[in-house]
Design a binder for this molecule. Structure first.
Ligand code: SF4
Ligand code: SF4
Ligand code: SF4
Length: 464
């Protein structure tokens, strides 16, 4: 007899003639046949034991109290994820897909503001009793304002040492500067997220200087400096339709030449600028397959492949700094939840501003608005209709809040959802050792469509 109750938090995906069960809050992932899945649904809806012992033990695990679901943060911000600093919105490059609207103002953060931001952040960390702090630099290109970065690094190191707390320094960078700058970065920073789109043939068709000159040679030389240092090197590759089919080849090249800790493949975010440049995101079915093939290549070298929406190891309700109380300070002293230009959120009807750096008396403070903090925290998967019944909800968490709005109806999956669902399902299968089934499934568009376009993933006896 089949149960008909919908089991929220227990997801069931048809894969070929099997059913992949994934209950992240119960820490259960299993592959069963259709009959087994129906018996599990029935077992959960009644107290009758299943005749099959394996099925009965799955039912028992699923009846156990699950881990609590990740929840929205509350109260004042006292455990910020990190301090983000944007030394400048300007950049020395003119990448064809740049989604930062042209900002040639070259406004650089004033050193007094940078110092106040670091001091206010470290005071908050000390008040919270934490022994670690993190400062991340974003842009534009942060090293386009080298004096600001250098000042912050020295000041933050001095203050952290004086207060007995450890300091983690991270920057997202294009790597286009003289080698002596790269050497200084390698000496001072803990983590570098370097934009590099593969060997010259791939990189130079997407990433160039403002006057259209290639950048590969300089970026690669600096990547080698990072690679040969103690720094944790994360390479970030923007995947367009032009390079998607070469991801395994690119992964092989990264592995042999640079041995980065991780390679993050993210698909192009389409915008009027990218359209004008003739660049489009890859076909999601192709991207998913090529990403998984690239992941296999990297794994052969002991390296990690990352895609921000498909990290099945983590349980989260936001896949980015937004909602996790990151404090990102713009060159004008605004404190925001997201590093994009305000115009980008405003176009989507969002407000990511949290407050402002102020000085009261002689003391710099983070003046944060309670309602703004609540609004940013509310941007999470629990408020995204599209994601309500999706197996990826606690991993992907809806993706970027600005570029991937979640207000579509439940189960209405777009291209980003398609690739996310394929990669997540394949990773879950591989985690169970089901490599042959994963390969067979990935080889059949019909089979993948049947899994990907399930409108609801909740386990329900009625739908099996
Ligand atoms: S390095 Fe980044 S900010 Fe600069 S042009 Fe390229 S994508 Fe835009
Ligand atoms: S519906 Fe799409 S965006 Fe939402 S969790 Fe699923 S894959 Fe992610
Ligand atoms: S909202 Fe989007 S752009 Fe902003 S931090 Fe999150 S992922 Fe990045």
């Amino acid at each position: 007899m089949m149960g008909s109750a919908r089991n929220e938090e227990i997801f069931a995906i048809s894969v070929e003639d099997r059913v992949l069960l994934h209950a992240p809050l119960h820490r259960v992932t299993a592959l069963v046949d259709q009959t087994g899945a129906a018996q599990i649904a029935a077992g959960l809806a009644s107290n009758n034991p299943a005749s099959n012992r394996e099925i009965q033990s799955i039912v028992e695990w699923l009846r156990d109290k699950p881990d609590p679901a990740p929840v929205e943060r509350s109260g004042p911000i006292d455990q910020p994820l990190f301090l983000g600093l944007i030394p400048t919105r300007g950049c020395n490059l003119g990448c064809r897909y740049c989604d930062f609207p042209a900002d040639d103002s070259n406004e650089k953060m004033k050193l007094e503001l940078a110092r106040d931001a670091v001091d206010a952040y470290l005071d908050l960390i000390l008040q919270s009793g934490k022994a670690e702090c993190e400062i991340h630099f974003f842009g534009g290109e942060p090293f386009f304002a080298p004096a600001v970065v250098q000042f912050v690094v020295e000041h933050a190191r001095m203050r952290a040492a004086h207060s007995g707390i450890s300091l983690h320094l991270e920057a997202t960078t294009n790597g286009y500067y003289p080698a002596n700058v790269a050497e200084w970065i390698a000496d001072c920073f803990d983590t570098i997220v370097l934009s590099l789109d593969g060997p010259a043939d791939f990189h130079d068709i997407q990433r160039m200087t403002k006057n259209q000159r290639p950048t590969f040679e300089v970026v690669f030389e600096n990547a080698r400096i990072f690679s040969g240092s103690q720094i944790e090197l994360c390479i970030r590759t923007c995947v367009t339709s032009k390079i998607a089919s070469a991801l395994p080849e690119i992964a092989e090249w990264f592995s042999q030449e640079l041995q980065p800790a991780t390679v993050c493949f993210e698909t192009l975010t389409p915008s009027p600028q990218t359209e004008k440049a003739g660049l489009i995101p890859p076909d999601p079915w192709e991207f998913a397959r090529e990403f998984l093939a690239a992941e296999k290549v990297l794994a052969g070298y002991g390296l990690n492949a990352v895609n921000s929406m498909t990290e099945i190891q983590s349980l989260q309700i936001s896949c980015c700094p937004v909602g996790k109380d990151a404090l990102i300070v713009a060159p004008n002293g605004r404190v925001d939840a997201c590093y994009l230009l305000p115009e980008s959120w405003e176009q989507r009807g969002l407000d990511m501003n949290l407050g402002q750096i102020r000085v009261k008396g002689d003391v710099p403070i983070l003046e944060l608005e309670e309602t703004s903090v609540r609004r940013a925290r509310g941007l999470n998967v629990n408020n995204k209709l599209r994601c309500a019944e999706c197996v990826c909800r606690y991993h992907c968490a809806g993706g970027c809040h600005v570029n991937h709005p979640g207000d579509a109806p439940t189960g209405q999956f777009d291209e980003l959802c398609i690739q996310t669902r394929i990669i997540t399902i394949a990773r879950l299968l591989k985690g169970l050792g089901q490599h042959d089934l994963a390969s067979k499934w990935l080889g059949s568009r019909r089979a993948m469509e049947a899994s990907v376009f399930q409108q609801s993933d909740f386990l329900s006896g009625e739908t099996l």
